[in-house]
Write a protein that binds this ligand. Structure first.
Ligand SMILES: *[C@@H]1O[C@H](CO)[C@@H](O)[C@H](O)[C@H]1NC(C)=O
Ligand SMILES: *[C@@H]1O[C@H](CO)[C@@H](O)[C@H](O)[C@H]1NC(C)=O
Length: 405
């Protein structure tokens, strides 16, 4: 695992700085995550208002609230099949039935070269896709057939365009400008790739905002009154689908001429670009594949491990089982007609999942250590530890983080 020095984002943002200048103009913040897209309207009045209200509690907090079929977030996926483009859940279903037609987790590939670790990871995740270097560019593209090569940016542009339509429907007016939220570790190449996708999609990007800043703002906006001259340091731990980010935000109130203004400063960031829920999903997928082979091996004509549709079904089931194992100690994985019309059923326990992932847990705290070191703070100087992101539902990860306090 490669560790880069943490970025000290000496970025001071007044909480009101993101307020659009003119009333009646809709700005949307788009969090382009690897698995999900979350969106928030930025409205005059409140610096960062949320699109759909969802109760925010002190121990669990979403970066931004969201809209979609599920009313919270929309799957970050586009499917291209028989001349038709689908998005969100429809596209996800298509991607499972016809894996080669579905493109997901594209943020991993933005601005990457063929030899980057993210591209290798992607090819392990989705072996059905053929990736190659885009001629004349230092980026990758999907080879669909002999004549068709899709640059990642073009696929991302399709998704952004659709997301913008959803936002505009919600706002009941065209969206005039956009803020795109990106992981704090995005390189210049990754930023450029995302911006060129946004341009293709016709978005008017005011700025890219680091997710550490967005998280700090979102937290602060709802607690403006709680801040005073004394600095409060809060650690945000965000384990998402493909990456983990720890950020230290320092909140206070500063005097600005006549009034007092709440302020957040991101003092330290630490991350693991490839530690996320998906690692657990893939381990579980491979475990289920092994169990299926053990049950039917001698009777199988082909190899389910080389069959994209079987692998996609196993991945979907692995994701479901992982979620259940966050709340239960055991469950059954079950897939009808998994491969060669054979059904599959197998018991999986939380202990088994934790044993499979034993090598991942030592990575959980590294981003925290890096963020604290960058902020020149120790744990006992923190007012609070806030855990966000889907991955923190896993009890073992909660245990590791809670043990810090
Ligand atoms: C600021 O607020 C904290 C807790 O809300 C309180 O303990 C502290 O005394 C306050 N400091 C000042 C300078 O008012
Ligand atoms: C780090 O914090 C310590 C104690 O709070 C302080 O003495 C030291 O000067 C700080 N170092 C830097 C580089 O700011």
């Amino acid at each position: 695992m490669m560790w880069r020095a943490a970025m000290v984002a000496a970025m001071v943002l007044l909480l009101s700085a993101v307020q659009p200048a003119e009333a009646g103009i809709a700005t949307v913040a788009i969090d382009f995550g690897s698995e999900w897209i979350k969106m928030a309207l930025v409205k005059p009045g409140t610096p960062m208002d949320i699109v759909l209200n969802r109760p925010l509690s002190h121990d669990k907090l979403r970066v931004l609230t969201v809209r979609s079929e599920s009313k919270r977030k929309t799957a970050n996926v586009v499917a291209l099949r028989k001349g038709e483009r689908t998005f969100g859940n429809d596209a996800l279903n298509t991607a499972i039935k016809y894996p080669k037609t579905g493109f997901r987790y594209l943020s991993l590939l933005l601005g990457q070269r063929m030899d980057s670790p993210a591209v290798k990871e992607y090819q392990l995740m989705f072996p059905e896709h053929k990736l190659e270097a885009l001629p004349g560019h230092n980026t990758v593209a999907f080879r669909l057939d002999e004549d068709t090569l899709y640059p990642v940016e073009e696929l991302v542009a399709m998704i952004l365009e659709h997301a913008n339509e959803l936002a505009s429907e919600y706002a009941e007016q065209p969206i005039s400008s956009h803020i795109i939220i990106i992981p704090p570790f995005f390189s210049q190449a990754e930023r450029r790739a995302l911006l060129s996708a946004a341009e293709l999609a016709g978005l008017n990007v005011l700025r890219l905002m680091s997710s550490s800043v967005a998280t700090g703002l979102n937290y602060g906006v709802f607690r403006r009154k709680e801040f005073n001259a004394t600095e409060q340091h809060i650690l945000f731990y965000d384990i998402g689908s493909t990456n983990t980010i720890a950020s230290v935000g320092t909140f206070s109130q500063v005097k600005d001429k006549s009034s007092k203004v709440p302020q957040v400063q991101i003092k330290g960031v630490g991350y693991d670009r490839l530690l996320g829920g998906f690692q657990w999903d893939r381990l579980l997928q491979q475990h289920l594949l092994k169990a299926f082979r053990a049950q039917h091996g001698s009777k199988l004509k082909g190899d389910p491990g080389a069959n994209p549709r079987a692998l996609a079904k196993l991945l979907k089931e692995a994701q479901r089982v992982k979620t259940i194992l966050s709340a239960n100690t055991e469950t059954f994985a079950q897939i009808e007609g998994l491969f060669e019309e054979r059904d599959f059923k197998c018991k999986v326990t939380r202990d088994e999942l934790e044993a499979m992932a034993a090598h991942l847990y030592p990575r959980v705290l590294k981003p925290v250590e890096t963020a604290l070191a960058a902020a020149n703070l120790t744990l006992d100087q923190l007012t609070n530890l806030i855990i966000i992101g889907g991955g923190v539902r896993m009890p073992k990860i909660q245990d590791i983080l809670v043990a810090l306090r």
